[in-house]
Design a protein around this ligand. Structure first.
Ligand code: SF4
Length: 482
């Protein structure tokens, strides 16, 4: 796919490790697929905090030889990589967001989307609160600092109960890290243990593997996990009966890395199962199965296994292409597709080809890839998609195009086939997709396929929901150092 849908964000935190900041750096590196717009690290020596963040990938923000990691070196640290889902892509919105309030310093890193952030912000602004960013995350700091909340027996639990939507959060206080996951557990968050006995929290288990930490368990929906000098402790901020899991199954289909375990299951294995199920539901009379790399690769392996067709690489992705700019005409757009994905003529020439991808969003990039396969001599092209047709936007932390822009909105399969210029098109059924998962079907969010939003969305939110508040204030700023 499907870069038309952008990942959300990645979190990594570690307590009580002499190399905490270095480990956060490597942890963020392995979570880079979750967000490439900005990166940041906040650390504490037990008394004071520091934070550095900036625009771009981890390797750009924390350049080798910059000395930044050495300056931040402290035994408690959290980090964040961001793709903006609320608040535009500007330095002022990069995270962790660090602030000082009546209880001292705090830094917050967030993965998800708060659907009531604009309402809360309006409420606070009406009482004179001043916001520095247009990100939904800043609202949490204002909630935390409110005097009537500070005086509660468990201020953090009290604050979390005001939030609606998807959130995995890391809070760095000078003496501890607190990690929280929303009561639906929409985004993944897990706990690991280092060889030296320290604790780590990360969005995906691939980041634990990266630093040699062992996966212990996931943070439960509605749970707060505290890492401090006594070790790890846990409490719930909602009653167990209120916890109704709605894990984002799109994490399994597209966002998460193949070597991660999320929602109780390895991502690559899950995608292979999808591929097998797809071959059962949507067989094709063909010579070879090829994936759209890299997102369709695991499903294509499963499809080939089940259908007993050979698996081969018909498209090869270039790993060295940076961002290309909006191309003004069709010819240049086709060149752009070729730049990113090259065809292996020997694999597809004169053959009937099954092309497997994880999803189709707008369909324009898929159409470009199909054209390059035709130009390379593919005789027949059968498009197979390992999830159902996407028809609804996401309000829980994924930046979707509008409903009208989605290929499957108001188009039947025949029209999709014509648009893509393929010989046949076959999507996975919703039931088939859910049958591949280890948890019961009702444990997953499937709103972008069936429009059933588990957390009601009264006012649809998007990336720019809070922009009107500070339209003129933030043009592209240089990197920030707090
Ligand atoms: S709407 Fe789709 S992308 Fe968004 S949380 Fe639900 S399953 Fe995930």
């Amino acid at each position: 796919m499907a870069k038309d849908i952008k990942e959300n964000c990645g979190l990594f935190g570690i307590f009580g490790d002499a190399e905490a900041v270095q480990k956060v750096y490597f942890g963020l590196y392995s979570l880079q697929h979750r967000g490439q717009e900005s990166a940041g690290i906040a650390s504490s020596n037990g008394e004071f905090m520091q934070c550095y963040k900036g625009m771009g990938m981890v390797s750009r923000v924390f350049r080798r030889g910059s000395g930044l990691l050495e300056k931040l070196a402290n035994p408690i640290a959290i980090g964040h990589v961001r793709y903006s889902t609320t608040g535009s892509s500007k330095a002022v919105n990069s995270q962790p967001l660090m602030s000082e309030y009546s209880r001292g310093q705090v830094a917050v890193a967030h993965n998800g989307n708060l659907i009531n952030a604009a309402l809360l912000r309006d409420e606070y602004e009406a009482y004179g609160s001043i916001f520095k960013s247009t990100s939904d995350t800043e609202v949490i700091i204002h909630l935390l600092a409110k005097p009537t909340h500070v005086s509660k027996p468990d201020p953090l639990a009290h604050v979390l109960n005001h939030l609606q939507g998807a959130y995995c959060l890391l809070f760095l206080f000078t003496d501890r890290i607190e990690a929280a996951r929303d009561p639906c557990g929409i985004r993944p968050l897990c706990i690991g243990r280092t060889e030296k006995g320290g604790y780590v929290i990360a969005s995906e288990s691939c980041a634990l593997d990266m630093i040699g930490a062992k996966f212990i368990r996931e943070v439960e929906p509605g749970e707060i996990v505290t890492l401090d000098k006594s070790g790890l402790s846990s409490r719930f901020f909602v009653k167990p009966g209120i916890v109704t899991p709605a894990h984002c199954i799109f994490e399994h289909i597209y966002f998460a890395k193949q070597n991660s375990t999320i929602f109780g299951e390895n991502v690559h294995e899950f995608r292979k199962k999808l591929g097998r199920q797809l071959a059962i539901e949507q067989p094709a009379d063909a010579d070879v199965v090829i994936p759209i790399p890299d997102s369709g690769t695991s499903a294509a392996v499963g499809y080939a296994e089940q259908s007993r067709l050979p698996f081969d690489m018909g498209l090869v992705r270039s790993h060295y292409v940076g961002r290309t700019f909006i191309s003004p005409d069709q010819k240049l757009r086709e060149l752009e597709v070729k730049l990113k994905l090259a065809v292996v003529k020997e694999t597809v020439g004169g053959k009937s080809v099954v092309v497997v991808d994880d999803s189709i969003v707008r369909g324009t990039t898929t159409k470009g890839k199909i054209r390059t396969l035709r130009q390379a001599g593919a005789k027949q092209i059968h498009m197979r998609v390992s999830c159902p047709p996407l028809r609804f936007p996401c309000f829980y932390g994924v930046d979707f195009p509008t409903k009208e822009e989605l290929l499957a909105n108001n188009r039947d399969f025949e029209q999709i086939k014509e648009f893509l210029e393929v010989d046949s098109v076959g999507y996975m059924s919703l039931e088939g997709m859910l049958s591949c998962a280890v948890l019961p079907a009702q444990s997953y969010c499937t709103a972008c396929w069936n429009g059933k939003y588990r957390i009601p969305v009264d006012i649809p939110v998007n990336k720019f929901s809070m922009e009107h508040h500070q339209k003129h204030m933030f043009d592209d700023l240089p990197q920030t150092n707090e």
